[in-house]
Ligand binder design. Structure first.
Ligand code: CP3
Length: 333
């Protein structure tokens, strides 16, 4: 059994596994080298050879317990024929959403459009570097995808006014997302993913009374669907105010936490396995600070099933030596 499965299934607490969100990415010179020659991010995500190579890059360098496939949550809007582009220094830009056209899309066409992603999973799975490690497939949560599909850019830069007013349209999009996210989960599992992580990066934008319709209800359906395929599911409702309530309602196998929440509260309130938490900025400091902070998380979760990770993706400015030092610290704990 993999170390991560021992934590999730057997609730093992003695050894802490580690993987890192955005472990394959811009802080690695070997990634930047490939990226420089491949300006179109969506095309790169659909390049079987290169995306497999990028997925495996961090595992060749570091003693990580899982591979997460190099892809993006916005590949699903792309699969639904909403044009997605990534502009340097700006982030994603999406084209107008055409819901009627989306409604005519079937499983076969969607799967065909995203088929390179599934091929990448098979290639990652069959590579000896991932032997005895988990392979993490992922989706964006319906709410976070709805935000990008309607707002058409990151809400960090600008959030459209009256965002939630058109309830009928929102419902239609959420219903389409439910259908196609299930297909995307099923396809990833079929090709080798043995954990699914659901990224809800913008869960923190909603008020308590909006959470039911936009976060809890749509996420429960996907969590239950993934469980029905016998694969564990990790939820990351970033910056949600009440993690305890989220866990009680949505019931994921693992809860991934951000760096604004006090881990002491989490360990007291939450019984299921926990992942993540440490601020990615700590990796920009010095080794002593890094060791101290990593140990603080591990001390707090000493007697709790815990997967080490960060509270959000690793920053592009991170020195790979610091990443290596972090992983060693966790492994030697
Ligand atoms: O974690 C991994 O290593 C796997 C690959 C992965 C990427 N994106 C690759 C990527 C995963 C799991 C994601 C998830 C993702 N994508 C999320 C959820 C997690 C989060 O960060 O909140 C979101 C919101 C996106 C959408 C997205 N993709 C944005 C907003 C951006 C641009 C800004 C940014 O954070 O980089 C991306 C681009 C992106 N996705 C890059 C990578 C490596 C950078 C590409 C580049 O410019 O070279």
């Amino acid at each position: 059994m993999t170390l991560i499965n021992k934590v999730i299934i057997n609730k093992q607490t003695a050894k802490k596994p580690i993987w890192i969100m955005r472990q394959a990415g811009r802080y690695l010179p070997e990634f930047r080298e490939i990226r420089k020659r491949n300006k179109d991010f969506i095309k790169l995500c659909l390049n079987e050879k290169l995306s497999t190579e990028i997925t495996l890059q961090p595992l060749k360098r570091f003693d990580l317990d899982a591979a997460i496939i190099f892809s993006d949550i916005l590949m699903v809007p792309h699969g639904l024929n909403q044009k997605v582009e990534f502009k340097k220094g700006f982030g994603p830009i999406l084209d107008e959403i055409r819901i009627n056209e989306m409604s005519t899309l079937n499983e076969e066409k969607f799967t065909k459009k995203l088929s390179p992603i599934y091929k990448i999973l098979s290639l990652v799975k069959s590579n000896s570097v991932t032997k005895n490690k988990n392979i993490i497939g992922f989706i964006g949560a319906p709410w976070t995808l709805l935000v990008y599909m309607i707002n058409k850019q990151s809400p960090k830069l600008k959030l459209k006014n009256n965002f939630l007013n058109d309830i009928a349209t929102n419902k239609k999009i959420l219903s389409l997302l439910d259908k196609f996210l299930k297909i995307h989960i099923k396809n990833q599992i079929k090709h080798g993913a043995n954990i699914i992580q659901i990224f809800d990066s913008w869960a923190g934008l909603l008020s308590e009374k909006e959470l039911k319709d936009y976060v809890y209800d749509p996420t429960i359906k996907l969590v239950e669907y993934t469980k029905s395929l016998n694969v564990p599911v990790i939820c990351f409702p970033r910056n949600i105010k009440n993690y305890k309530k989220f866990c009680e309602i949505v019931r994921p196998d693992v809860i991934s936490i951000d760096y604004n929440i006090d881990p002491n509260l989490i360990v007291k309130d939450i019984k299921i396995p926990v992942q993540g938490g440490m601020n990615p900025e700590i990796l920009l400091s010095d080794k002593e600070t890094l060791k101290k902070e990593a140990k603080r998380y591990m001390d707090i979760f000493k007697d709790h099933p815990y997967i080490f990770n960060l509270g959000h993706g690793v920053l592009p400015e991170t020195n790979p030596d610091m990443m290596n030092y972090l992983i060693k610290t966790v492994k030697d704990y």
